[in-house]
Design a protein around this ligand. Structure first.
Ligand code: ZN
Length: 461
């Protein structure tokens, strides 16, 4: 057997798509694609040895990068009852002042943090398009390019999802002043996608489209945008916010007589290319139909908790064989393990049971959740990042077996459980790689300190 010592890793314990395997030898090619994942192997001379359990890299399927700069600024009560909608006003204020330089700086720091906390790719749901006055930049792709550069600098894989945003409510309500930087015609969106296509291809980034929500995209525009997207790339991913708030459900029923997910399933060819972000408020029929469509539910547990959205019924979704992944959305929390913990804890509080998201084949709930979130996240990202398997990208997260919360535990399942439920904020991650390139070493990204200083400076304005 021939191999390059620089492109192999021997892991005594690795979490493969079917579960834990012993003595796994990983090999990848110069493009960072796994060419061999052999269990029960002997370490060849010179092979590097993992110092703890090896996990697949976690895709982050939902991000609005600029919102990271808002963390800490919205956790106080206002004059009226606080809700998603009062938070949104504060968020619009931050969006209205954002410069391309600040966006790039904030996104770089965010993507570095994502890597350090176990995410190896990100779906960027990008909706601030225009300048501070709401006019297109001389290069209409200015802010999208800032995000691509940030991902390139941090070394995170990216699926860029430019957002179509046209109206302020169901029934094509005119956009508000706070939405001026988001608004574009369907035509100008399709031109933007054409402009970005070669840039994304050159960087190895995936390009898709995100109709913001049924509130923000009237039916004709949705139809035209999806047809235009298919003409550009009929395999590209489609993400949409849907049924996040009960107020949104009520408004949709008042407008159309249907609930949002029901309306979407009846008026668009929802399938495996789709990611339904939140989908918190579905009835049984919507949940079963949406799961059967093959779409991924994009769950953002810490943001959904922070915004008071409600709790997604994950038991019903999984019983219907629904696929799902996790996103950090508003970035009130940037930590893949904490999202999984929040998801499971929400279900425990809802059902008054424990280990709700465990599976018959994976009794350890952290293991079951990790595998399902990686598979769903990969599908939503439309990239070959579905875990440690031949043909997938060599993305991994190595836990530190000497971390005080992991050391002495009897199995990699127990160590992963401690990582998810007990080690947050004192991360047990020691190494993270994307496409075979190590981005986080000894728990730290090489750009960490500089990127964080940049975030602080950008926040100060
Ligand atoms: Zn969102």
């Amino acid at each position: 057997m021939t191999y390059s010592v620089s492109r192999i890793l021997f892991a005594p314990h690795a979490l493969l798509p079917d579960g834990w395997a012993r003595d796994v030898l990983l090999q990848w090619d110069e493009r960072g694609s796994l060419t061999a994942v052999d269990a029960g192997a002997k370490p060849p001379p010179g092979a590097r040895r993992a110092t703890g359990p090896l996990l697949p890299g976690m895709p982050n399927l939902h991000s609005h990068a600029f919102q990271r700069a808002l963390a800490g600024l919205t956790e106080y009560s206002g004059d009226t009852e606080d809700s998603f909608w009062s938070w949104r006003s504060l968020m619009y204020r931050a969006a209205s002042a954002l410069t391309p330089e600040h966006l790039e700086t904030i996104a770089t720091a965010l993507y570095v943090e994502m890597l350090e906390t176990g995410y190896t790719s990100v779906c960027e749901f990008h909706y601030v398009h225009h300048d501070i006055d709401g006019r297109p930049y001389a290069d209409d792709a200015t802010l999208a390019l800032a995000l691509l550069r940030a991902a390139g600098r941090a070394g995170i894989a990216i699926t860029l999802l430019p957002v179509l945003y046209q109206s302020s409510g169901f029934g094509a309500g005119p956009p508000t002043e706070g939405q001026r930087r988001f608004i574009r015609s369907t035509d100008s969106m399709l031109k933007l996608l054409e402009r970005l296509k070669p840039v994304c291809a050159a960087q190895g980034a995936r390009l898709g489209l995100a109709p913001h929500s049924l509130r923000a995209v009237p039916p004709d525009s949705l139809r035209e945008a999806l047809a235009g997207l298919d003409a550009i790339d009929a395999t590209s991913p489609i993400h949409i916010h849907v049924a996040e708030q009960t107020g949104e459900v009520d408004a949709c029923v008042a407008w159309s007589g249907q609930r949002p997910v029901q309306w979407l399933l009846d008026h668009a060819a929802v399938g495996a290319r789709w990611c339904l972000i939140h989908a918190t408020h579905m009835d049984d029929d919507e949940a079963h139909r949406a799961a059967a469509s093959g779409a991924v539910a994009g769950l953002c547990p810490t943001t959904e908790a922070n915004l008071g959205d409600g709790v997604f019924d994950a038991s019903r979704w999984r019983a219907a064989q629904g696929r799902w992944g996790i996103g950090s959305d508003s970035h009130i929390c940037v930590n893949a393990a904490e999202e999984l913990m929040a998801l499971e804890y929400g279900q425990r509080l809802l059902t008054r049971r424990r280990n709700v998201l465990a599976a018959a084949a994976q009794r350890f709930v952290a293991t079951a959740m990790t595998l399902e979130a990686v598979a769903g996240g990969a599908q939503a990202s439309a990239r070959p990042i579905a875990g440690l398997a031949v043909g997938q990208q060599a993305d991994w997260v190595m836990l530190d077996a000497s971390h005080h919360l992991l050391a002495g535990l009897p199995s990699p399942d127990a160590m992963l459980s401690a990582h998810v439920f007990a080690s947050h904020r004192q991360s047990a991650i020691c190494e993270v790689a994307v496409a075979g390139t190590i981005r986080v070493n000894s728990g730290a990204h090489a750009l960490g300190a500089t990127a964080r200083e940049g975030l602080v400076a950008a926040r100060r304005g």
